[in-house]
Design a protein around this ligand. Sequence first.
Ligand SMILES: CC(C)(COP(=O)(O)OP(=O)(O)OC[C@H]1O[C@@H](n2cnc3c(N)ncnc32)[C@H](O)[C@@H]1OP(=O)(O)O)[C@@H](O)C(=O)NCCC(=O)NCCS
Length: 167
Amino acid sequence: MGKRPDVTLRRAALSDFDFFLAVKSGTSDIYWTGHEAPPEREVLREFFVTQLGSATRTVFICEADGEPVGYLYLDTTSDDSYDIGYSILDRLHGRGLGSGMIRALLSLPEIASGSWTVAAWILERNLASRSIVLANGFAATAELRMVSVPLEEREEPQRKYVWRHGG
Ligand SMILES: CC(C)(COP(=O)(O)OP(=O)(O)OC[C@H]1O[C@@H](n2cnc3c(N)ncnc32)[C@H](O)[C@@H]1OP(=O)(O)O)[C@@H](O)C(=O)NCCC(=O)NCCS
């Protein structure tokens, strides 16, 4: 797999649950998405089923070389804007998959056409997450919000990064 691996996105299905559980049980997902411990299988399954039926969230599975490597949430926040959330399997970090996932997202017909704004809220310390959005044309804004980081037992600032159709 090169540094610019080809990542594709497809809509998640219930049959992706074991893979989703594997990603959500990874140390970095737990830490950076604001949890304290790995999820309980049945609790996460209920959450996953709810997400699949959500009117405002689409769950994508990211694939490379025909294998699932991560997930991405695409949340409609208004008529013309989306928020995103994502993770790549721990053991595959640092190979360009995260950046490829964002590239694939921005190439989706529903994003590439129209006048969408895509926002990512990223903890100031999450340098890998910041890198993958900045590498794909997002810009840092001045907007900050405080969120809980349970494993540090404190709140920390998240910055909003925004991509606009047409730059
Ligand atoms: C964020 C995440 C998706 C990135 O996935 P990835 O496949 O490792 O991403 P890539 O390999 O495409 O790129 C990682 C980039 O971050 C950089 N990076 C990684 N750790 C870093 C660190 N500690 N300091 C500085 N840069 C760092 C890498 O050098 C690379 O940048 P480069 O392409 O300019 O060399 C992955 O780390 C992840 O799943 N994290 C846990 C969940 C998470 O943080 N979600 C986002 C919440 S906002």
